[in-house]
Design a protein around this ligand. Sequence first.
Ligand code: FES
Ligand code: FE2
Length: 409
Amino acid sequence: MNDLGRVIPAVRYTSPNWLARELESVFGVAWLLAAHASEFEGAGAFTTLDIAGESILITRGGDGALRGFYNVCQHRGASLCAQSRGRAASFRCPYHHWEYGADGRLLRAPGAGSAALTDEGRPVSLRPVHCAERFGFIWISMAEAPPDLDAHLAPVATELARHRPEEYRLVSETVVEIEANWKASVDVNNEAYHLPMLHPELCDVVDARGARFVLRGDHSTVSLPIGRPGRDVSPDERASEALRGLLVRLGVKDFPIDGRIADVRLALARAFRERAAREGLDLSARSDDDLARKEQIHVFPNVQMNFLPFSLELYRHRPHPTDPSRSWFDELTFERHGSGAAPNPIRRRVRHGEHDLGPVMGADIDMLPRLQAGMRSRGFRALRLTEGELGIAHMHRVLEDWLSRGKAT
Ligand code: FES
Ligand SMILES: [Fe+2]
C-alpha cells in the first residue's frame, strides 16, 4: 500500500457533506444488520431499527414471512410504530388511525374516501425495504435494487459459518450515544496497535503481537491470541492472577494455582472442547491455537463481531442523520445457547459516561470524543496510519469505492 492509502483526510470524520454522501451511497444501499432472528420469533413479532436517519419496521407475518418497511404512515407521514419491539397483528398510526397489517397493507382508514386509498392504482401499503435472513441475523437494504447479499457476505461466509451465529441468543444490549463520528467508533475496534498502551491490563492475557489481520473483500478479520502475554515468556513461568482470572471467566475451574503460562491456552481449548461435547457442537476441525483466539469479523460498513467459541460481542456503529460528530454505538452481547429457555436480554440506552462499560470498552469509548475534538482542530489535517492500522486504511478504500459508485449512478 502506498503512503497515500495511509494518510486519511480528517475531513471525512467532520464534514456534514461527507456524512450525507455516506448515508446516500453506503447506508442507503448496503445490507445492514438489523437484529438477531431469535429476537422476534413467531407470527406477529416485530422490531424497529433507527439507522442513518430512517426508522425501519421489520415484521414476522402470520405466514412466517419476514418483511421490512419504512416505519412511516402513508397518509401524512407520521412515524408509525413507536415501540422498538413487541408483538402485534397490525400497526395503527396515532394521528388518524390508519392501520396497517404485518404485510404492510392498509387495513383501515377511518372516514377516508376511496381516492386516498390507492397509490397509482394499487392499494396503499407501507413502503417496503429489502429484508433477508443470513447466519441467524436479519439484514435490510434500502436500495431499490440492492447488491446481492450472498455475494456481499461471501468473503466472510466461511468465518461466519464456522461460528454458527444462528445458535446464539442475545444476553444484553447497550446503546451508547457518543460524541464522535461512526467511523472513529469503528476504528477503535479495528486495530490492535493501541492495546498495550490504552489497555495495559490486557498485556498479561492477550498477545497483540500475534494478531492476524486478513482483508476479505469489503470486509476484514482479525484474530487475536488470548491466554498468553504480549511478551516472551520462559518455559516455567507461572500464570499470573490475570491469566487465571481469564481462565475462570471462560469456564476453566481446575487450573493449578502454580500452573504454567505455557499450559494456559491448552487448558482453554480443552475446556471449550468439553463444553462443545456436552452441547453437541463439533469443534474437531479447529486447532487448539484457533480455539484460544478471539476472532473479529468486520462486516462492512458498520458491524464488528467478536467471537470466542461460546460468546459473541457484536458492535454496531450507527451514524447520526446530520451531525458527523455524533453516532450511536450498540454493544450486543450474545451467548451460544444449548437448550432450555432463552435468556431475557437486559437492554439499556445511555449517554457516554452514564454507564460503566468496563475498563477496556470504557477506555475505548472515552477516547472517542477526544479523537473527534482533535479531528475538528485546525491543527490536525489527516490520520497517519501505521502498519498495525491497515484495517482502518482498508475500510477507507472500500468506502471510497462505494462513494464513487454512488456518484456514477
Ligand atoms: S398521518 Fe397517519 S393516519 Fe394520518
Ligand atoms: Fe480498545
